[in-house]
Design a protein around this ligand. Structure first.
Ligand SMILES: *Cc1c(COP(=O)(O)O)cnc(C)c1O
Length: 408
């Protein structure tokens, strides 16, 4: 068993809860966050600009990308991305986007909302979209592929990016789980046409509620920037700093929505980002501990979902936003989750296939046998920074007991 460091738990502000183990429990360095928040309040600037600009700079440096736009959510980034792509390329309603059914609905809502057609590809055992399925679903109407790295897992990303390049398709990375997932030591996604992060409350780089979009081309970045605040051509922050006599003056060039983030969220995000690598390392350690303990239990009632570490040309490091297992078909998932709840342990499900939700019922159906099956058999075990090594053992013991209880 690897020796794990307990630095986080030794911190005076750490309040572990050893009784119940929840799926997610965000951890904030309160004093450090408040220093940034205080700066906002003293300056009287809590909106877009100031800390959001500081966050964009910090992210650009962290991710080694030149274009970063801080937003109110990942959802905002996805919606803005598909709307601007549709406008730029003049796509009509026959335009298809290959996507995964195993994701949070934001991914697919954004496609539908832009009046484009989501085409559900299938996933493989990694829970990520499979390259083979992407190839099978390409038609003359396919314009883009959106890839979601579930739980931070980079498996299949580079194969699918290569397929996009070969077939002249736009590649969008929904990196909601991938803050800090690295490829050859650099944040993943700098090679996708668009990469969209989430800093929502229970994601692994939390900023209460926020997101970020990073475009590969400067032209796309400029387009996004012209749209991110209702199509207004100058932000209030830029105007406040300018030497123009007419600080009040702006023009509205486009009909757009309110996608911008704010300085309070960015304050939280700046501290989360500062410790992101350290926190993700802790997540990987807890996951390795799960792996080690569960391996010794040698149960055929479930299998764990490993994250890709070495690809053909790349070395990867996962953010480990999630620790997921897949249950044997003999196990009733709801019963298992209730049995775990009775032991004060609260797992989650990421995700139920989006195909069963009403907005998706009337779409052209594609065959997704793996996603359909996994939709009913995956669970996410608790994984967060307030967990101790003992908590991991407690969850493992409870899982094995509960599996035996509900088996058959
Ligand atoms: C959380 C999540 C989103 C949406 O993120 P928000 O910042 O809450 O809008 C999108 N896609 C996936 C895969 C997610 O998990």
């Amino acid at each position: 068993m690897p020796k794990l460091n307990n630095d986080l738990m030794k911190r005076p502000d750490f309040k572990g809860d050893s009784r119940s183990v929840h799926l997610f429990q965000p951890f904030f360095r309160t004093d450090e966050v408040l220093m940034h928040v205080r700066e906002c309040l003293n300056l009287g600037w809590t909106g877009d600009g100031f800390k959001t600009v500081e966050f964009e700079d910090a992210w650009s440096q962290y991710a080694q990308c030149k274009n970063a736009l801080f937003l109110n959510s990942n959802t905002a980034g996805l919606f803005m991305c598909f709307e601007t792509l549709k406008e730029k390329h003049g796509w009509n309603e026959s335009a298809e986007v290959i996507t995964t059914p195993l994701t949070f609905v934001s991914t697919n809502h954004a496609i539908l909302n832009a009046g484009l057609k989501p085409i559900f590809g299938d996933v493989d055992s990694s829970l990520n979209l499979s390259p083979r399925s992407v190839l099978e679903n390409i038609t003359c109407n396919t314009k883009a592929v959106i890839f979601v790295g579930i739980g931070g897992n980079p498996a299949n990303y580079h194969e699918i990016l290569a397929i996009c390049r070969e077939n002249n398709l736009i590649c969008i990375l929904d990196a909601a789980h991938m803050a800090g997932t690295k490829c050859n030591d650099v944040q993943i996604g700098s090679d996708a046409d668009f990469t969209i992060l989430s800093f929502q409350a229970v994601k692994n780089c939390p900023a209460s509620d926020a997101g970020l979009i990073s475009a590969l081309s400067d032209e796309d970045h400029a387009t996004l920037k012209s749209r991110y605040w209702l199509g207004i051509d100058k932000s209030t922050f830029e105007r406040s700093k300018s030497n123009s006599r007419y600080k009040w003056e702006y023009n509205v060039d486009y009909l757009s929505n309110k996608y911008n983030g704010n300085s309070i969220a960015a304050s939280l995000g700046l501290v989360s980002l500062k410790y992101l690598d350290e926190d993700n390392k802790r997540r990987r350690m807890l996951s390795a501990l799960y792996d080690d303990i569960l391996r010794t239990r040698n149960s055929d009632l479930f299998r764990t979902i490993p994250h890709l570490e070495v690809g053909e040309d790349y070395r990867y490091e996962t953010s480990r936003h999630l620790y997921q297992i897949c249950l044997d078909s003999s196990i009733n998932r709801n019963e298992l989750i209730l049995a775990l709840n009775a032991r004060d342990i609260y797992p989650g499900v990421h995700y139920v296939s989006n195909k069963i939700y009403r907005p998706y019922l009337n779409l052209p159906t594609t065959k997704t046998p793996n996603a359909d099956l996994l939709s009913q058999s995956i669970i996410s075990l608790p994984l967060h920074l307030r967990m101790s090594e003992d908590d991991v053992s407690i969850v493992c013991d409870a899982l094995i007991d509960s599996l035996q209880q509900v088996d058959g």
